[in-house]
Design a protein around this ligand. Structure first.
Ligand SMILES: *[C@@H]1O[C@H](CO)[C@@H](O)[C@H](O)[C@H]1NC(C)=O
Ligand SMILES: *[C@@H]1O[C@H](CO)[C@@H](O)[C@H](O)[C@H]1NC(C)=O
Length: 333
């Protein structure tokens, strides 16, 4: 058994900070990248205190509850950064912004049961307004008029309904950095919404839920002209990435959206469970089961250019027996 696996197994057995060892191997690489980011990116420099805060993640002394509240950032990013492009820190979610497409690369959230249901504290999305994020340089910023009359919904990546503990948290999900053009009927208002509800339901039956959401621009096979095929003597298909852009700022309309979900067990020492979904940004039948959209995390990594749980072995999330039906399926069959 390789050293890492032995180490992780031991840590799981002790039920303590089981992720620490894997994270340790990431540590140096991450520190180096973060250091470079802070030097090169004025915004990263500006928020460097918050970014350093995320490094508590790698503190080998386990975080106790009081530390967690002090360091919300490190809690949200517990399983590592999928990428380091233009990191933006909000009070209840972390985002990586894609300046070229004017849509985030990914948004990471940490969901807890008390903050995903109505608690009578008056927090509501009706009190929030969509607004451009003025901290993004204007030439890379998306604005309200980009979406106006585009035919697309302003779809949340971090869902407003996941952040009901404070009005500020809810408000921040309405920044356009957290918004992407989504097909309204059949997608944003239906299948995608069902997936968001499913994620919230997980918090009731399990422990903490970590969810990373983002857009995908998936290559599609293009049919070739028969004569062209004959001339080039090849039967290989052409694959192209094609997507619409909207508004003066040419905001990209993703072809698909993904969610990578990590669910922690309520039992101490239970290993976390991970699953992923990819949904096409198009009307999806009302009766479609979200299970139809279960996806391989490696496909998301390949197409979105991201890496999940860098430093942790995948078997860690599933145990070593991939064929066993995870407990989680039994409740959401
Ligand atoms: C939330 O946004 C609304 C509308 O922009 C604003 O009036 C309100 O003060 C904000 N609340 C908080 C707590 O930031
Ligand atoms: C793996 O799962 C299969 C199917 O449930 C079961 O028969 C087998 O005993 C399991 N193996 C281990 C090592 O747990």
């Amino acid at each position: 058994m390789p050293f890492v696996e032995v180490g992780i197994t031991l840590l799981v057995l002790t039920g303590s900070c089981f992720f620490v060892l894997g994270a340790y191997y990431q540590h140096n690489d991450f520190l180096y990248k973060l250091h470079r980011l802070i030097q090169e990116d004025p915004y990263a420099f500006y928020i460097r205190e918050k970014l350093y805060d995320t490094l508590q993640l790698f503190n080998p002394n386990c975080l106790d509850q009081s530390d967690v509240s002090n360091s919300r950032m490190s809690q949200i990013m517990k399983y590592g950064f999928p990428g380091l492009d233009d990191i933006r820190v909000y009070s209840d979610f972390i985002l990586s912004y894609d300046r070229r497409n004017r849509v985030a690369h990914w948004v990471y959230e940490h969901l807890r049961a008390p903050c995903v249901k109505n608690t009578g504290n008056g927090v509501t999305s009706h009190k929030a307004n969509y607004q451009p994020d003025m901290s993004v340089p204007s030439n890379f910023r998306s604005v309200l008029t980009d979406y106006k009359n585009s035919g697309f919904d302003r779809g949340h990546l971090a869902a407003a309904g996941n952040h009901k503990c404070h009005q500020t948290h809810c408000n921040e999900t309405f920044y356009l950095t957290n918004i992407a053009p989504q097909v309204g009927r059949g997608f944003n208002q239906d299948a995608w919404n069902n997936l968001e509800i499913y994620v919230r339901e997980l918090t009731e039956n399990y422990g903490s839920v970590y969810v990373c959401t983002g857009p995908m621009y998936k290559p599609k096979r293009q049919l070739q002209d028969v004569t062209e095929v004959r001339n080039t003597r090849t039967k290989n298909d052409k694959w192209c990435v094609e997507y619409e852009v909207i508004g003066e700022n040419t905001v990209a309309v993703p072809t698909h959206f993904f969610k990578v979900i990590t669910v922690e067990s309520k039992l101490s020492g239970g290993s976390p469970y991970m699953e992923a979904y990819i949904m096409p940004n198009e009307p999806i039948s009302r009766n479609a089961n979200i299970r139809n959209f279960l996806a391989d995390i490696r496909e998301i990594e390949h197409i979105a250019g991201l890496q999940f749980f860098n430093g942790l072995r995948r078997s860690f999330f599933f145990g070593t027996n991939y064929t066993t039906t995870p407990e989680i399926y039994k409740n959401f069959a």
